[in-house]
Design a protein around this ligand. Structure first.
Ligand code: ATP
Length: 515
């Protein structure tokens, strides 16, 4: 755990120091759970988007992209169920005035007060029995562990039942029975539990009162649903086909912690795949596997897992998360949801317009079913950055061991692809040659020219932002037109001709390797 905490702190500090992510409005002490992407962060984010867009839109003839507005007609959110049901149960502590999600208070109690004890017993036994230890058997026979597991199950079952039945009084009763105290001040004086709608709203300038109430979209999906017929007709797509979109979404999260994992303004990459009713099982399997494959092209399989939803959202008939092992444990990175015909039917009813597809093969019209894949771009960014950030012991210029902090990003995602470094700053013949090379290649990919500090220090700076290649121009270059190319990961240095630089870098950064 200590290691995980350290790694997370390292990621947050590195993000700021090297221009990946800044707290929003930092000069005013920041705005909670809102972040800005800096020069390298915005490049990395752009490259992640490109990887997603290429794999979804460009590589699939039957998926097209759109870019819908953030504001939508307010009836959209009534139809989708967000006005009535996009809520989290909140509770305030009367002493500290801190607000919490009531369900999370209970879940954290179970994790920290019950399951921790069970896990401690399991670890103790593992040490005692060594190789002969059978965890499953121990869990089902050791009375103390069985007691903890039973207690945890009964608390979570009661919580889920109360939430499903909207019995918020019982959620409060549970918090009181478990004697849960405010993590901030230790007080057990709680307000009642109330539902809190997560949508931000604002007002349309021309209409006063309720009628002019607008929402900032809490998901990008609805922009796709209301455009279903426009897109289908204008592109002549036949079912099955998909519509993809990347864009901002806003949620007034009650508790937003863990850096860019849970933000109030974030970006989603969503794809809605329209299918014939009755074919949802096979498409669910298809997209589940396809999305996992996409993740595994970048990250080790051991860091990824599926988690099936037990409690389904009002619109879904099957749903799972793809979870990633963040520095603070396995958490949701992407959702795959079988959304049935819920959304299109709702919009059809609310708008009074027919939203159907005429299937020429079946010779009939129907409201299509939908398979959704929905990934948080910022969470993908955090997953990528935290996995890539490593401390390594490597030989320095004198052959002695030294540590370096390196971002082992896939070259296709790296913000800067190639750094151009004259060996010395004050030698005009070297700097002008380096500038000449820089100008020659800068159109093809992101390059950085750097002449400040000793060459070793410049290499370390490039390692820290994940640059796959550094090119060094020295006095020999002036005679033989050769430069030294240094590989970020192997640290190998080779002499190559200036004419080869562009080709070598382009090959290394080619996104095709991920497909
Ligand atoms: P969670 O359970 O973590 O709140 P969710 O199940 O509400 O997430 P979805 O509504 O399925 O999330 O949204 C799809 C994806 O959008 C999530 O898998 C996640 O990657 C991303 N996402 C959702 N909420 C946030 C947020 N507040 N900040 C950053 N990304 C988010």
């Amino acid at each position: 755990m200590a290691n995980q905490d350290d790694q997370f702190k390292k990621v947050v500090a590195h993000s700021k120091e090297y221009g990946f992510i800044f707290q929003s409005s930092e000069v005013y002490d920041g705005l909670a759970a809102v972040y800005d992407y800096g020069p390298y962060g915005s490049e990395l984010k752009k490259n992640i988007k490109e990887y997603w867009w290429k794999s979804m839109v460009q590589m699939n003839e039957n998926i097209v992209g759109i870019d819908a507005a953030i504001f939508m007609h307010p009836k959209t959110w009534k139809a989708s169920g967000h006005v009535d049901a996009f809520n989290d149960p909140m509770i305030d502590n009367k002493q500290s005035n801190k607000r919490y999600r009531a369900d999370q208070l209970v879940e954290e109690y179970v994790e920290n007060k019950v399951m921790k004890k069970a896990n401690k017993e399991i670890e103790k036994a593992r040490k005692r029995f060594g190789d002969a230890f059978n965890e499953e058997e121990f869990k089902t026979t050791n009375p103390r562990v069985m007691g903890y597991l039973e207690k945890s199950k009964s608390i979570l079952t009661r919580l889920n039942t109360s939430l499903t039945n909207e019995d918020l009084e019982d959620v409060k009763a549970l918090i009181e029975e478990l004697e849960i105290a405010c993590p901030e001040c230790g007080s057990r004086e709680w307000t009642d539990v109330r539902q809190f709608n997560l949508m931000f709203n604002t007002q349309l300038g021309t209409i006063a009162g309720e009628a002019g109430k607008l929402y900032l979209r809490p998901e990008t999906a609805q922009g796709i649903f209301v455009n279903f017929l426009n897109v289908q007709k204008s592109t002549r797509q036949k079912i099955p086909f998909g519509i993809a979109q990347i864009g901002k979404a806003f949620r007034n999260e009650i508790v937003a912690r863990q850096f860019i994992f849970r933000m109030r303004e974030f970006e989603q990459m969503e794809m809605q795949f329209f299918i014939r009713p009755g074919t949802q099982k096979e498409w669910y399997e298809h997209w589940k596997e396809a999305r996992m494959k996409w993740h595994q092209a970048l990250h080790p399989a051991s860091k990824l897992r599926f988690h099936d939803h037990e409690k389904l959202a009002h619109y879904a008939d099957a749903a799972l998360d793809i979870e990633f092992e963040f520095p603070f444990g396995f958490r949701e990175l992407e959702g795959v949801h079988s959304r049935t015909d819920f959304d299109l039917t709702q919009h059809q009813e609310m708008s009074g317009r027919k939203i159907q597809y005429f299937d020429p093969e079946l010779n009939e019209s129907y409201v299509p079913y939908v398979m959704e894949t929905s990934i948080g771009l910022d969470r993908m960014f955090l997953a990528t950055l935290s996995t890539a950030l490593q401390d390594e012991t490597v030989p320095d210029a004198d052959g002695k061991d030294s540590t370096r902090r390196v971002l082992k990003l896939h070259p296709a995602l790296a913000p800067i692809k190639c750094a151009v470094l004259p060996l010395l700053k004050n030698k005009e013949e070297l700097t002008s040659k380096a500038r000449e090379i820089f100008d020659k290649i800068k159109f093809s990919f992101n390059c950085q020219y750097d002449e400040k500090d000793a060459i070793g220090k410049r290499y370390r700076r490039q390692d820290a932002i994940g640059t796959p290649y550094c090119i060094t121009i020295d006095f020999e270059t002036l005679d033989d037109n050769m430069v030294t190319i240094r590989d970020r990961d192997t640290l190998k240095q080779e002499r190559i001709s200036i004419d080869q630089v562009e080709e070598i870098v382009l090959k290394k950064i080619d996104m095709r390797q991920l497909f």
